[in-house]
Design a protein around this ligand. Sequence first.
Ligand code: GDP
Ligand code: GDP
Length: 436
Amino acid sequence: MRKSVVAIVGRPNVGKSTIFNRLVGERISIVEDIPGVTRDRIYAQAEWLASTFNIIDTGGIEIGDEPLLVQMRHQAEVAIDEADVIIFLVNGREGITAADEEVAKLLFKSNKPIVLGVNKIDNPEMREKVYEYYSLGFGEPYPISGSHGLGLGDLLDKVVSHFPEREADNTDEQTIYFSLIGRPNVGKSSLVNAFLNEERVIVSEIEGTTRDAIDTHLHKDNQDYVIIDTAGMRKRGKVYETTEKYSVLRALKAIERSDVVLVLLDAETGIREQDKKIAGYAHEAGRAIVIVVNKWDTIETSEKSMKDFETKIRAHFLYLNYAPIVFLSAKTKKRLHTLLPSVKLASENHAKRVQTNVLNDVVMDAIAMNPTSTFKGRRLKVLYATQVAVKPPSFVVFVNDPELLHFSYERFLENKIRDAFGFVGTPIKLFARKRQ
Ligand code: GDP
Ligand code: GDP
């Protein structure tokens, strides 16, 4: 099910990133362990009571060196386009400024639910300051303190009350949902168009779950596919859409609804930092992944050029060692036919269940071959393993003491399972649980 999206909007220094970090809490650190993924996130998952939602700090979207007012306008537009609910944040210590009024004007026209947060109300005596903010016209102002964590509960109750009712997405288990992600200009729209112009695929457009998200349905070789959010790739034109941060945001939304994510690279310009950041999010989300090297027509091709490029990719994307690599050209359609079979294979592996007895044979053989070592005089004992989930395949290994399972041994078991069952294209997860 698609999660609701909340955006925080307001002029600089009102406390947007402070509130964002507080709502997101420790989740951010999950990403920091992956090399190449930076800490300057503008999008993350947050929780309140029974709701899990995604939150955007629009203050992190900077567009070139545009003047402040223009930046604020773009940030408000992002919020209006992307969010289900907007938190409009002001500074309770400074009163209403001209810049606040400017933001208010834009938000007024949006038809989105707006919750007004008056920040920096650090103690109860300051609460009466909030009354003047009624004049902004967004109803009750919520006094909060980002740095002290005060008042956030009431604010979030209000935010959550505006979440739209959701229907389940991706209900059709037979259909493979995939998305194309990558930095601007790698060729995402060209590749979608190449698919759509291919004669042997049958195409129809279906309305997506968000306003202006259009998905495209393909049928090829007895398999149904849906390409997620083709609208986002085809009708572009807004200023902020070419910014790096925004392209990450768009990618995150697409990843959310996908079974398989195609990470596009550009053969002509080579691998960039931004590519790693974007790929890191897909990996973190546990989706199946296919790496697509586009613009292969610009390279003098030979067996060697492909091998060399592959070596480079493997070195830069260590954590994606399971992802197959497809070389193609959206422009000439060369090797385009190799893509959907890879997507299908990755998707099947992502949803694969293995038999418990076969799994245990694999695990026990692995242990016989490479016995567990002792740690502080104690030896790890592996009792048995079982698959507990799919998408991605997740395994629990019952052991005498999870502390004794070292990272490197865990990796070893993971690789043995991977080799035995051929999980090409999908991450797998391994958890250790204590059992005497
Ligand atoms: P942004 O530009 O809107 O993202 O604002 P920041 O989150 O960077 O905060 C701007 C400044 O306000 C920082 O120095 C914060 O420490 C401070 N600040 C944020 N929230 C509060 C608060 O609740 N009370 C006080 N006193 N200061 C705050
Ligand atoms: P997007 O921003 O990722 O959607 O990228 P576009 O699809 O808009 O492509 C960016 C530029 O790369 C355009 O000028 C395309 O014509 C060009 N391009 C896309 N695919 C290929 C390709 O396979 N080969 C070559 N030579 N150029 C391509």
